[in-house]
Design a protein around this ligand. Structure first.
Ligand code: ZN
Length: 230
């Protein structure tokens, strides 16, 4: 509660005489609004929704927009800048580079690289420079990517929103980051360690891995099953 000093009051549109003694009135201070931060962990998709999204991919870019975050955990910027040159087909490994000249806007740097990065793209953090194992569900699409998608961030986001609507999931809070969050959740539900999960997702700290592991019911169910069986 703070106090406001009022020295001149007006009643019935007539100014009263200024009191030599200041009147003190209590004024309610509005409570600060609670800021709710929504995590992508809350917006992951289940296997049924995954099938719906995949069934509504119409072309190469649609498939990349869904499969790259869902089966590789790639971020939007990584998908946007991905090239066939990152892929070593014999070993099935995708190596994210430390830096590359951005030419993803029809041979010129994209808006973000031109404005903020001097025309050079690099993964968001040093931890983002990682090597990923490419599963069969991704490889045929990766082999067609050539020198990149030639697509802005906004273009990829719009693509994804259209796929979502066609899949009948327009009601759901679903965006590309939630799809890579789904991949992270699946890692958390496997027996993979938090450190390996951090490496695969390109996270700087263990905190993110642990948050996914904590929010996963898989480990709680496994523990309960062990107790019930004993
Ligand atoms: Zn760029």
């Amino acid at each position: 509660m703070r106090q406001k000093i009022i020295t001149n009051r007006v009643h019935n549109n007539k100014a009263t005489a200024i009191s030599p003694i200041a009147t003190i009135e209590r004024v309610k201070t509005p409570k600060p609004k609670k800021v709710v931060v929504r995590s992508s962990r809350e917006d992951i998709i289940n296997p049924y929704e995954e099938r719906l999204l995949l069934a509504n991919c119409n072309d190469l870019m649609d498939n990349i927009a869904v499969r790259f975050p869902l089966y590789l955990g790639l971020r939007l910027g990584e998908i946007q800048h991905c090239k066939l040159g990152w892929f070593e087909q014999r070993e099935k490994l995708l190596s994210l580079p430390t830096r590359q000249i951005c030419d993803c806007a029809k041979g010129s740097p994209c808006y973000e690289c031109r404005k903020y990065r001097g025309g050079i793209w690099s993964p968001k953090t040093a931890a983002g420079i990682r090597v990923l194992l490419v599963p069969p569900t991704v490889e045929p699409y990766l082999l067609q990517i050539g020198n990149g998608l030639n697509c802005s961030r906004q273009c990829l986001e719009v693509r994804f929103r259209k796929i979502k609507r066609r899949a009948g999931l327009g009601y759901k809070s679903l965006y590309l980051h939630a799809i890579s969050g789904t991949y992270a959740t699946r890692l958390a539900e496997s027996d993979i360690s938090s450190i390996s999960m951090m490496s695969l997702m390109g996270w700087d700290t263990l905190q993110s891995s642990e948050a996914y592991v904590k929010s996963s019911m898989h480990h709680a169910h496994a523990e309960l099953a062990r107790i019930q069986a004993s």
